[in-house]
Write a protein that binds this ligand. Sequence first.
Ligand code: HEM
Length: 516
Amino acid sequence: MSFVTTVVQTVMWCCKRMKHSLTWSDRMESQITWIITTLAISISLVFMFMKRSFSYWKRRNVPYLTPTIPFGNLENPITSNKPQFLYVREFYEKFKKMRVQYGGVYIYTSPMFLTIDPKYNKEILIRNFQYFHARGFYSTKHQPVSENLFTKDGDKWSILRTKFTPMFTPSKLKGMFDLMIEATKPMLKYITEHHCKQIPLNAKNCATRFTTDVTATCVFGFESNSFVDETLLKQLNEILVKSTRLLRVLFCIALPKVANFLRIPLLPPAETDVVCRNLEESVNYRTQNNIIKMDFLQLLIDIKNQHLITLTELKAQCLLFLIGGYETTAATISFMLLELANNEVIQEKLRTEFNEILSSYGGEILYEAVMEMKYLEMVLCETLRKYPAAPFLLRKCVKDFAINDITIEKDTNIVIPTIGLHYDPEYYPNPDVFDPERFSETNKNKIVPFTYLPFGEGPRNCIGDRLGKQQVKVAIISFIQKFKIKLNPQVVLPLEYDTFMILAPKKDILLDIELV
Ligand code: HEM
């Protein structure tokens, strides 16, 4: 940078000296020359900087995909609508064809290390966790509520994780089971209305309302009534859509210093402020009226009362559990409904399992009954294979790490390509076929370790995995037990996807419904 400044200052000084001795037209010409020279120098410097940046992997002897200036291995993000996961899948497939175990790509000018052989996933996610405990996601001190368990790294993350782990134990989840069953009632009413009016049901929309209600009750302890009142639903959706748009997230992850300097917030401030204000009111109301409930907010208030977290940190985590929980789970429910609607045999087999097991529990959906449903677990696992809501994992190397004959340098971003592995025919033959048998008692032991990563792995895996799975199961049982579903002819397969970080269908998944 100082070199550029020196060059520009020298050119300006020369121009100033010449200015006094020249005629008007000479001056004009010299000014144009000055502008052109400065431009040419700046462009060449940027070009040289890019060339140098884009030789990072070559210089380190890591196989790489040839980048183009200025977006690296991305297409122009302003004109391209390509979903992130498709990039990751394509990178994986190209490296696989090159028969390499890992590879390097560039997101803008930032180099990213991609694992191909699953043995490296184990090295990074578990065995050498001390080198890779950071996620390297963007958060900024200019927006303290963006600093949460997902975005924080280092000691701060470790402290938060230890504090929050007890909130997700099986016994806590069992305590939330009844709240989930309660939330299925307005959902069933909503589906029944669609059936009576003979209008197709929008699977994603229905699932999102359900998970918003569940998350609101489990996190806040309040009823959001999303099937009739869309306030919270819209607020969360705005936050999610604006904070996970492709261009913005990739830019912030690849160039966090620039993003921080420009004070780019991770979460849209206006919508985030509204949700945070509501949260603060709930905390104050409970504290002032001595109200104690069985939900996450209560657990967070208890931790705050022990002075282990501040009010801002409490709001940051609540917001994370709300946003992180509702969309991933809703996406999984809607993709599962899509596959069931498209596979009548699987749908019927699932219904038979529900009826058989529930009949021994007096027809009621109880926690213990759900635990017994083996086929449901298989269908869910296959849904998460074909549609991993988070299609890749991110890690950041925190100190130089030697692997084989290369060194992954401190601060290198790592991408673990879940979606590539889940669609790799070497691990999952006929990957486009929805086949729950891949996860049967006998077959699941044959799955190559670290090729199935819907919830990540290791100490930094999804903290809400059991909660998410429980919600999906409760929603599917109550739905499929009462209604038969078919894909509406308007749905075009294969699906097209949106450009969010979370896997989301571009168009509505519409279902035709019949009573069982
Ligand atoms: C089907 C539903 C869900 C899926 C597929 C999913 C998937 C994931 C994945 C892949 C990760 C990254 C793991 C890694 O980097 O190794 C993650 C992290 C996380 N998830 Fe989930 N998730 C789901 C539901 C939930 C729910 C219901 C909550 C909370 C209420 C939640 C909270 C989190 C948090 C806090 C993290 C960050 C953990 C950390 O960094 O320590 N997730 N999730």
